[in-house]
Design a protein. Structure first.
Length: 629
């Protein structure tokens, strides 16, 4: 649905008539009891320049143009599948390579030696095949979202989309800031906002004018909340972490208007959340020092030792501060410990590197929120801080629009508290086997169940925010207000017109995210039963009858990964007799059929681009969040 800007009319004038002085401190700025008024002014050239273009070398096949690249699950899966099928490693596929690999898979994935493959076999086999070294993410860590060296990480960054800063003017309440730097931001949220003008924004206040700040801060993040029909996941999620003693960023809200001469005059772009930037000001407020190293990792193989060359770690850990040699050394030494130490040494030396209790609190909230778009699965959307005095690592959350069960896992309310991460996540698997960490984690879960996780407490927060937010949401559109009302009333939100017509069931996201109230009620009940030993919950990596739980196949084959999406499609396409199983002949037939479809030019060779295009025709388009709006 395209943005329908609302010009500054009587209703908007009435709602914005009470402008105030800009906040003087972070405490003034970050509160959930008011909405700030913000206006951006750009020239026509500045506004056209903010649109991103493609940078060559993108992993997932982005397209230049109007900022809406051709994108789908095929772009994400194609690199790993090409690596798995390309036996001579020349970068293109022949029919022989495809059919021979499919035939080999029919044998290798048949762990029961029955001559037949079921859906679980296909999911597990594909997850393993697409997680081999040399595939996306490398090192057996599964699909990765690292960009080329020096680029942005995440799915849009890895696809070659770069955002650049442009100059603009910002008015924050009554305060004018004449020269600021503004760019788009986000990955999944950017992809789902591609058909709207309401993109998330990052603002650097002193890029052109030094020491220019708002509330003592030089950077602000404006998040569009497009994945969240209730506009509350990020603010309430971050608040829950802070209530747990985790140094999560602070949040507030803003009505954002944009003026571009000849295009818009005070056009209302909508309600945004403002999220504190994880920088030296954040570190000083949380840890009492501006020093220390801040990382924003993107990897499913956190603290995996890859040798002594820091260049192999730079992109993965995406440091937000200039690192000293000592700080780099600390990352390498911790990686050695996680990767090479035996269980006894790890348990003994872990407290030298990791703040145990703070980490336990961070993980307890992450798991309770079923925030699987995180360290638990894809390996993104979290911060790691290395304290300059203790030389120990702290963890904090980032980008919580997918919290409260709004991502991937089909039954987020029942997510296991003991198996809430992929079983090939070496860092979490090893750390959580250390008795002191496990005890602290379960202790934090029990403590929080009695206080900050109480459903009535969270429901009251929803109700209080609803009164504040609804007028600003109604100004965006009546459809947005209707979906918001459904969330507050604890009813499932219906799909938008675009979602219903353009996004089939399945793919990369839930069609309708659970309302916060019903999620927290069911989640509290499930966690209580798990802590009491009445239930095991639902493991992320499968379990009895599931795709490769820790007690089953284990290893990379039993993990949440691309096989969970392509596996069911492969089964449907290959199962010619519709008996729910695939035999060797059916696999061979499908391999030949798919190669013919991928070889659209009839050259006898299939490139990665051909493979991505073919897979996009086979698989449902990923739902990065448009179901939220």
């Amino acid at each position: 649905m395209l943005l329908r800007p609302i010009l500054l009319g009587l209703t908007l004038i009435a709602s914005l008539s009470s402008y105030a002085a800009a906040p003087k401190s972070g405490t003034d700025l970050f509160n959930l009891s008011r909405i700030w008024n913000v206006t951006f002014n750009f020239s026509s050239n500045q506004w056209s320049s903010i649109k991103p273009g493609e940078v060559q070398g993108g992993r997932f096949g982005g397209r230049p143009g109007n900022g809406a690249p051709a994108m789908g699950p095929g772009n994400f899966i194609a690199p790993g599948l090409l690596n798995a099928l390309d036996s001579d490693h020349n970068g293109v596929l022949t029919q022989g390579e495809v059919t021979k690999t499919f035939e080999r898979w029919a044998v290798e994935w048949d762990t029961r030696k029955s001559g037949l493959l079921n859906a679980d076999d296909l999911r597990a086999g594909l997850n393993k095949a697409l997680s081999q070294p040399g595939g996306p993410g490398g090192g057996g860590g599964g699909p990765g979202l690292q960009a080329r060296a020096g680029g942005r990480n995440g799915i849009s960054g890895a696809s070659g989309i770069d955002f650049k800063f442009v100059e603009g003017q910002l008015t924050f309440e009554e305060t004018d800031l004449p020269r600021v730097a503004v760019r788009y931001k986000g990955n999944g949220t950017y992809m789902d906002a591609r058909n709207t003008e309401k993109k998330s924004l990052k603002v650097d206040l002193n890029a052109f004018t030094k020491k220019q700040k708002i509330a003592g801060l030089s950077k602000l993040n404006f998040h569009n909340n497009i994945t969240d029909p209730g506009w509350m996941n990020e603010p309430l999620g971050h608040q829950l972490y802070r209530d747990a003693g985790v140094p999560a960023p602070r949040t507030t809200y803003a009505r954002v208007n944009i003026t571009v001469p000849g295009t818009w005059t005070n056009a209302y772009f909508g309600l945004y959340s403002i999220v504190e930037n994880p920088d030296s000001a954040w570190a000083e407020d949380r840890f009492g020092t501006k020093n220390g190293a801040i990382f924003k990792p993107v990897t499913r193989a956190l603290f995996n030792y890859q040798g002594e060359d820091w260049a192999k770690y730079q992109q993965i850990y995406d440091p937000k501060t200039t690192l000293t040699e000592e700080q780099k050394r600390r990352v390498l030494d911790f990686s050695k410990l996680i990767t090479q130490a035996d269980d006894e040494e790890l348990a003994r030396r872990l407290p030298e590197f990791l703040e145990i209790d703070p980490f336990a609190r961070y993980l307890a909230v992450t798991v309770w929120l079923s925030s699987t778009d995180s360290i638990l699965t894809i390996g993104q959307n979290y911060l790691v801080y290395l304290h300059p005095k203790t030389q120990r690592f702290h963890f904090a959350p980032w980008d919580l629009d997918r919290a409260f069960g709004n991502f991937f896992f089909p039954s987020p309310e029942e997510l296991s508290i003991r198996e809430a991460w992929n079983s090939d996540n070496r860092f979490l698997e090893r750390v959580m086997k250390v008795e002191g960490v496990r005890k602290a984690y379960l202790g934090a879960m029990e403590e929080f169940q009695k206080n900050i996780f109480q459903p009535t407490r969270l429901a009251a927060q929803v109700n209080a925010l609803a009164k504040l937010l609804r007028p600003a949401i109604q100004m965006e559109s009546s459809e947005a207000a209707s979906r918001f009302d459904s969330v507050v009333a604890d009813k499932p939100t219906p799909p938008t017109q675009e979602t219903a017509q353009d996004r089939p069931q399945g793919g990369f996201g839930r069609r309708s995210p659970p309302p916060i109230k019903s999620f927290t009620l069911a989640r509290h009940r499930s966690v209580a039963d798990q802590l009491a030993g009445k239930s095991q919950g639902k493991p992320l990596s499968g379990g009895p009858g599931g795709p490769g739980g820790r007690g089953g196949r284990g290893g990379p084959g039993g993990n949440f990964g691309p096989g969970n999406f392509i596996g069911p499609v492969l089964l449907t396409a290959a199962d010619l007799d519709a008996d729910g199983f695939i035999n060797r002949k059916e696999m061979l037939t499908l391999g030949a059929k798919w190669f013919s479809e991928w070889d659209r030019k009839g050259t006898g060779n299939v490139t990665q681009e051909d493979l991505a295009t073919g897979l996009n025709l086979l698989l449902p388009r990923p739902n990065f969040g448009t179901e939220g709006r």
